[in-house]
Design a protein around this ligand. Structure first.
Ligand code: MN
Length: 262
């Protein structure tokens, strides 16, 4: 089995190294990842400057291909230029930090998996919640491997992907896994306002995983309760519930100049 492994934390990140080591016996792993951290870049792509691919060595060992671009760029380049044959599965992770709820829109980790799905390849995003005290990446990577192994026994339909989140506790304390839906409410995020040496204000976004809402059955409640969360996602964002209603609104004479004069 050919596995493309990518991430948004960068090719030198501990999560991708730990996951690579764990999944090496599942197949032939090709690592193509950003050469600097790209967390929070979402589904951005690069088209106004050139992309270069660099063979990356760590401790005299070839670890993969580094790309000065976004996670989505990495997936495109990996599939179009680096891998001779397309991957059987694309795995994005192991991200240090959960990707739940609205955060999946900002996530480069999830975007890489979405990009793979758009290109027609089955994909899984895997993230490790480190908001608690626990951050043993080796332990989380071993759990991630089990989850990936189970998923690989099944066929993912085209256009879909799985978003996996591992809770911030030791594996022997995890309660199991839950199939969840995306938490779709706001998170409590604020800006920390500071003053630079010249007296001007600047701002840091202070992200949290805390929300005013709590909702059973969601990705965030699962990891907060000690379960591995698996959320099936799709990239077709069409709101089919609203489709007919919007269609039924009055759209007569919409191109007429009369409208502008009223
Ligand atoms: Mn990241």
């Amino acid at each position: 089995m050919r596995i493309l492994l990518t991430n948004d934390d960068g090719i030198y990140a501990p999560g991708i190294a730990a996951l690579k080591q764990c999944i090496e016996d599942l197949g032939e792993v090709t690592v193509v990842a950003p050469d600097i951290e790209q967390s929070g870049v979402g589904h951005s792509i690069t088209f106004s400057y050139p992309l270069r691919i660099r063979e990356v060595h760590l401790n005299n060992e070839f670890i993969g291909y580094g790309v000065r671009g976004s996670p989505a760029d990495c997936v495109k380049l990996a599939i179009c230029e680096i891998m001779k044959e397309g991957p059987d599965i694309v795995i994005s992770g192991l991200n240090m930090g959960s990707n739940v709820g609205i955060h999946i829109f900002y996530s480069g980790t999830v975007a890489a998996a979405v990009e793979a799905a758009i290109m027609g390849f089955p994909s899984i995003a895997v993230s490790f919640d480190i908001s608690g005290d626990y951050d043993d990446v080796q332990d989380a990577a071993r759990v991630a491997k089990n989850v990936i192994g189970r998923i690989l026994k099944h066929r993912l339909p085209k256009g879909s992907l799985l978003n996996v989140n591992i809770p911030s506790i030791p594996s022997d304390q995890m309660k199991g896994m839950r199939v969840t839906r995306q938490f779709a409410h706001d998170f409590q995020e604020t800006f920390s306002k500071r003053i630079d040496p010249s007296g001007k204000a600047y701002y840091w976004l202070v992200g949290t995983d805390k929300s005013l809402h709590h909702e059973e059955g969601t990705d965030i409640s699962a990891i907060n309760e000690g379960y591995i969360s698996v959320t099936p996602l799709r990239y077709d964002l069409t709101n089919y519930h609203l489709f007919q209603e919007v269609k039924d609104w009055n759209w007569d004479d919409i191109t007429s100049y009369k409208e502008n004069k009223e």
